[in-house]
Design a protein around this ligand. Sequence first.
Ligand code: SAH
Length: 220
Amino acid sequence: MMPGRPHTGYGMTSQRTRARMIERLREQGIVDEEVLAAIAAVPRHVFVEEALASRAYEDTALPLGFSQTISQPYVVARMIEALRAGRDLGKTLEIGAGCGYQAAVLAQLTDEVYAVERIAPLLAKAKLNLRAIKQLKVRLKHADGQFGLPEAAPFDTIIVAAAAAHVPRALLQQLAPNGRMILPLGAATQQLVLIERRAEAYVETRLDAVRFVPLLSGVE
Ligand code: SAH
């Protein structure tokens, strides 16, 4: 399947609905102004299928094709806010780039963003979408993210957009000293887990219950 052409024209409707989305995120408890500004700066309709563009600013996950979904804005905001808490993101790795939406939000907040995706046509879509919004600093790679991205490690921040049963060991190893990683853990029931690498140990904090697609092995 060929990736569709990104559709960038959406005009005023997008401006207004985007502002409403940011208001809703505030109501849901997102307080980091830089995160809110980053989300406001990314036109989410560019990243969803044309038929769904009118729903792009609803706070829901939407289908991406290939049984995958574009992340819910609240969850993107919540994860990035937890990762930032009191510091900059620094060199950041995203596992599960999908259509590139979250990578675009990350790129508003830090200059070094690496993103890996295991489904080649989705990666191609992410490339087109990021190009359409002139976001050229995200470095995309077709790979199984369970192994991280050894050639660019270590990372100050790792954000995983698919749920694993266990924390992949390679990701722990590729976390820089004082680095932070957030990932959904579990299967039928999942929870966001924040992991900080301290001098002698990894410190885990359990956050919200969530629902992500599974982290799968291999590439396709
Ligand atoms: N970050 C995306 C969400 C994509 S959904 C957004 O902003 O909307 C999660 C993605 O993780 C899917 O595209 C899926 O193909 C991918 N994925 C699952 N397991 C993976 C793995 N082992 N390595 C890389 N990507 C993976």
